[in-house]
Design a protein around this ligand. Structure first.
Ligand code: PXP
Length: 240
């Protein structure tokens, strides 16, 4: 299982003072030393944490693989086609949200987000592997397969919110994962995963990649980011 570390919140701390520390690129290199298989960053339209210059510097410096999360916004898609990350994950964005609250609306039963098809085509043309961040439901997975992407990232937010009280969200992830695999999609997962709740998700054999950010950056304040990644790496590996 590949473990990708989302370092957005290193930039959140920097942006709180708009200075040059901590540097998310330096953090990414520490993550790689701690056993990360890749680095994830989300360039949001409001630039609340990661900045355009970070994306360029990250593309130059990361030695594992870079996963760029982005919404279907013209200038950001253009930047993605220039820096050509290993993969791009398309996510929905609502300005007022604290974090990405739901999966992409792929237009099940109504008109899909019109820019989505065009964005996927632009990314594919640049040779970038595309993943869609979606909720674990069959109709949305069908639509993702129709859109011709290589991968989906299942939104684990519902699982993270409810895993203590119900087995159902985990079961939903399991079912969605095998359904997507049968359609030929690679399956990634992420959002809200922590040291406490990661293992049951990591144990789903067909999930090949996890994207984890907030919990690891939080722990890094106490133990350093390399150690924080190493601890998560051990939990994930032990669950496989
Ligand atoms: N995957 C996607 C698509 C995301 O948007 C995020 C949050 O930026 C994550 C994973 C990581 O979520 P968390 O910070 O809750 O681990």
């Amino acid at each position: 299982m590949r473990l990708y570390i989302n370092v957005d919140h290193v930039a959140t701390v920097r942006q709180a003072r708009r200075t040059d520390e901590p540097d998310p690129v330096e953090a990414a290199l520490h993550c790689e030393r701690g056993g990360a298989d890749g680095i994830t960053i989300h360039l949001r339209e409001d630039r609340r944490h990661i900045q355009d210059a970070d994306v360029r510097a990250m593309a130059e410096s990361v030695t594992t693989a870079l996963n760029l999360e982005l919404a279907a916004a013209d200038d950001i898609v253009t930047l993605a086609t220039e820096i050509r990350p290993h993969h791009a994950t398309l996510v929905p964005e609502r300005r007022a949200e604290v974090t990405t609250e739901g999966g992409l609306d792929l237009g099940v039963g109504h008109q899909a987000e019109p820019r989505l098809k065009d964005t996927i085509a632009r990314l594919h043309k640049a040779g970038i592997r595309v993943s869609l961040f979606i909720d674990p439901d069959h109709a949305t997975i069908d639509r993702a397969a129709e859109l011709g992407v290589a991968a989906i990232e299942l939104h684990t937010g519902e699982y993270a919110n409810r895993y203590r009280e119900s087995e159902k969200p985990l079961e939903r992830l399991r079912i969605a994962t095998s359904y997507a695999k049968d359609l030929g999609l690679a399956v990634h997962a992420g959002h809200g995963l922590t040291y406490r709740n990661v293992q049951p998700v990591a144990a789903i054999p067909e999930i090949e990649e996890l994207n984890i950010g907030h919990s690891i950056v939080s722990r890094s304040i106490l133990v350093g980011i390399e150690a924080a990644v190493r601890e998560m790496r051990s939990l994930v590996d032990a669950a496989r």
